[in-house]
Design a protein around this ligand. Structure first.
Ligand code: NAD
Length: 309
C-alpha cells in the first residue's frame, strides 16, 4: 500500500497535491465531504493538463496516465488501502481531529497520517489519534504543483522516522523539504503574517488601493505577487482562518490581529479566485483559471482590479 496516497479535501490544495503524487507515479485516492467535489477537481485538473498538452509541456499519453492514477472516492472508508494520507480540508482544529480519529480506524497501522495545515498545531491535531506518533505536518504551498517548498512539521509526538519518511518523499517529488517544529504558522506563514496584515491595515486606512499596493510590492519590493493578489489566490476564508489561528495561538498578540476588512470579504463570500471575486474581479476573465502548472504560466496574469477606494 506504500504506493497508494490518499488525499482528503479536493479544494485548492488537495487537487494540487493529488496532481503531484500522481505525477510521481502514485495511485491517488481523492476524497471530499462535498459530494462531487473530488470528481470536479479531477475534471478541473483534466482541463489544466489539456492546456499543458496544447503547449507541448507534456504528451497526451502522459496526461491520460496521470489522470488515470487519480480515483475520486465517496467515503472515508474507501481510503483504507493508503500508505500515506495527506489531509487538506478546512483550517479548523476540531474538524481535522474528527476526520483523523475516524481515518485512523480505517487505514493500516503503519500508514502515515499527514496534515497540510498552514498554521494549526500538529501536536494538537495528533491528540485525536490513538497513535499520535504517526502524524506529521506536510505543508505544501499554493499552487502545490508549482511551488517547491514543503515544510515537514513535527509535533511533540511525531516519530522521527515518520518525519524522515515524509521529508524523503517530498524530495522524491521534486520538492525542497524543510524541517519545522510545530510552532503557530510554522515558518513561512508566521513570517508572512505581517505582509498580509500591514497591507490590509494600509487598505483599511485608505492609504492606497490594493492594485497600487500590489504594484508597489512587486515593482518596488521585488515580490513575485503583491499581498492582495496573493490573498485572492490563497482564498480569503483560508487566509483569514490562518490569521485567526496564529493570533489565538500567540495569546492574541495584537501584532497578529486579523483584519475586519478581510472578515467582511469572507462574510460576503468574496473568497478570491475560487469564488470569482476578492480584491480583484476574476469574472471578467473566466478563461484564466487558478494557476496549477508552472510559474511562467500565462494563467498567472493579473485580473482586473476592483478599486474600492
Ligand atoms: P479549500 O477551501 O479550497 O478546500 C477545502 C476542501 O475540503 C473543500 O473542498 C471542502 O469541501 C473539503 N472539506 C471540508 N471539510 C471536510 C471534511 N470534514 N472531510 C473531507 N473534506 C472536507 O481549502 P484549501 O485552500 O485547499 O486549504 C485546505 C488546507 O490546506 C487548509 O488546512 C489550509 O490552511 C491549507 N493550505 C492552504 C493553502 C492555500 O494557499 N490555500 C496553502 C497551504 C496550505
Amino acid at each position: 500500500h506504500k504506493r497508494i496516497v490518499a488525499v482528503i479535501g479536493a479544494g485548492t490544495m488537495g487537487a494540487g497535491i493529488a496532481q503531484v503524487a500522481a505525477a510521481y507515479g502514485h495511485q491517488v485516492l481523492l476524497y471530499d465531504v462535498a459530494p462531487d467535489a473530488a470528481r470536479a477537481a479531477k475534471a478541473g485538473l483534466s482541463q489544466r493538463l489539456d492546456s499543458r498538452v496544447a503547449r507541448a509541456k507534456m504528451t497526451a499519453d502522459e496526461a491520460n496516465a496521470l489522470l488515470d492514477r487519480i480515483r475520486p472516492v465517496a467515503d472515508l472508508a474507501d481510503l483504507a488501502g493508503a500508505g500515506l494520507v495527506i489531509e487538506a480540508i478546512v483550517e479548523d482544529l476540531a474538524i481535522k481531529q474528527t476526520v483523523f480519529a475516524e481515518l485512523e480506524k480505517t487505514v493500516a497501522d503503519d500508514a502515515i497520517l499527514a496534515t497540510n495545515t498552514s498554521s494549526i498545531s500538529v501536536t494538537s491535531i495528533a491528540r485525536a489519534l490513538a497513535a499520535p506518533e504517526r502524524m506529521v505536518g506536510m505543508h505544501f504551498f499554493n499552487p502545490a504543483p508549482v511551488m517547491k517548498l514543503v515544510e515537514v512539521v513535527s509535533g511533540r509526538a511525531t516519530a522521527p522516522e515518520v518525519a524522515q519518511a515524509v521529508f524523503d518523499l517530498a524530495g522524491a517529488w521534486g520538492k525542497v523539504a524543510v524541517r519545522a517544529k510545530s510552532t503557530p504558522g510554522f515558518i513561512v506563514n508566521r513570517v508572512a503574517r505581517p505582509f498580509y496584515a500591514e497591507a490590509l491595515r494600509l487598505f483599511e486606512e485608505q492609504v492606497a488601493s490594493p492594485a497600487t499596493l500590489d504594484a508597489l510590492m512587486t515593482d518596488g519590493g521585488g515580490f513575485r505577487m503583491g499581498p492582495f493578489a496573493l490573498m485572492d489566490l490563497i482564498g480569503h476564508d483560508v487566509n483569514y482562518a490562518v490569521s485567526q489561528s496564529v493570533f489565538d495561538a500567540f495569546y492574541q498578540d495584537p501584532r497578529f490581529r486579523p483584519s475586519l476588512a478581510q472578515r467582511e470579504l469572507v462574510n460576503a463570500g468574496h473568497l478570491g479566485r475560487k469564488s470569482g471575486r476578492g480584491f480583484y474581479d476574476y469574472a471578467k476573465d473566466t478563461s484564466a483559471p487558478t494557476p496549477q502548472t508552472e510559474p511562467a504560466d500565462p494563467d498567472l496574469a493579473l485580473p482586473t482590479p476592483i478599486d474600492p477606494m
